[in-house]
Design a protein around this ligand. Structure first.
Ligand SMILES: NC(=O)c1ccc[n+]([C@@H]2O[C@H](COP(=O)([O-])OP(=O)(O)OC[C@H]3O[C@@H](n4cnc5c(N)ncnc54)[C@H](OP(=O)(O)O)[C@@H]3O)[C@@H](O)[C@H]2O)c1
Length: 258
């Protein structure tokens, strides 16, 4: 039977690109996010383009009970997934911490940390029982380099990296692999979400930068998954060419190569 993958946040950006790349490789997919219409649109697209088997799950990863129900349903529909891509995540605001809205703090922590931990908790026992599985967690360069106005977001992504390292230790005696993907600047709706729908402000983040595309990250995920059993890629950091740290991005116009 073909491989299966469960992807959170598969309706946009990196998760959507990952769903497409895995569908093109014949994976059976479980895709989860909050917006049911977008989920259905992605399912239809993947079925049409790749003849994929796709199951959709309306899920807010902040809801612990919902995670348990969705995971149980997904296992019933497609078996314990061979691959879990913990991608759902977001930044909210770019203010100094003392001015950060409490609701934004809670949303980032509950989505990026609690949600990711509990989705993993729901699927990992089945993987351990089967002695196989690959967990791909979306961290960020923000988890390696803190930047101004993003104390909480950066801390949540540092938590993702440490959590991944922890479960890699816990599953050392199994064939389960754990990978943290840490992208730099990727052009997706991420900044629009961060700025609460302010598209103009979001566009300014990417202006003058040859950013990464979500497909670049999806390709790396496919590469990580394609390695032979003996190879476990623990961490990958991917930056844009014009990027040096998490938030240090050059907007100097490119000089032609000599
Ligand atoms: N873009 C970047 O520059 C960048 C860089 C490094 C790391 N990352 C990380 O990559 C991941 C994906 O980001 P992206 O840029 O692709 O963002 P995006 O385009 O905004 O996509 C985020 C996805 O997560 C889903 N989501 C958000 N909150 C959710 C919740 N509570 N429950 C379930 N699903 C939820 C969204 O769908 P719904 O709104 O329908 O739920 C959407 O499908 C995030 O973890 C982000 O931190 C992004």
């Amino acid at each position: 039977m073909s491989q299966s993958a469960f992807i959170t946040g598969a309706t946009s950006g990196i998760g959507y690109a990952t769903a497409k790349v895995l569908a093109s490789r014949g994976y059976r997919l479980g895709i989860a996010a909050r917006n049911s219409e977008k989920l259905e649109a992605v399912k239809q697209e993947l079925e049409m383009k790749f003849n994929s088997e796709v199951y959709t799950y309306v899920l807010d990863v902040r809801d612990a009970e919902a995670i348990k129900q969705v995971a149980a349903q997904a296992v019933q529909d497609m078996g314990v997934p061979d691959v879990l891509v913990n991608n759902a995540g977001l930044a909210r605001g770019l203010e100094s911490y003392e001015e950060t809205d409490e609701a934004d703090i809670i949303q980032m922590v509950d989505t990026n940390i609690k949600g990711l931990f509990l989705v993993t908790h729901a699927f990992l026992p089945g993987m351990v029982k089967r002695n196989t599985g690959h967990i791909i967690n979306l961290g960020s360069t923000a988890g390696l380099y803190a930047y101004k106005g993003a104390a909480v977001y950066c801390a949540t992504k540092a938590a993702v990296k440490t959590f991944s390292d922890g479960i890699r230790i816990d599953t050392i005696d199994t064939d389960i692999k754990v990978t943290t993907i840490q992208p730099g600047i990727v052009h997706t709706p991420f900044s629009e979400v961060r700025f609460h729908g302010d598209k103009k402000r979001a566009d300014a983040v990417y202006e003058g930068v040859d950013t990464l595309h979500p497909e670049d990250i999806a390709d790396v995920i496919a590469f990580v998954l394609d390695r032979p059993l003996r190879v476990q890629i623990s961490d990958i950091v991917i930056m844009a060419d014009q990027q040096a740290t998490g938030f240090m991005v050059s907007k100097t116009p490119r000089v032609p190569h000599k």
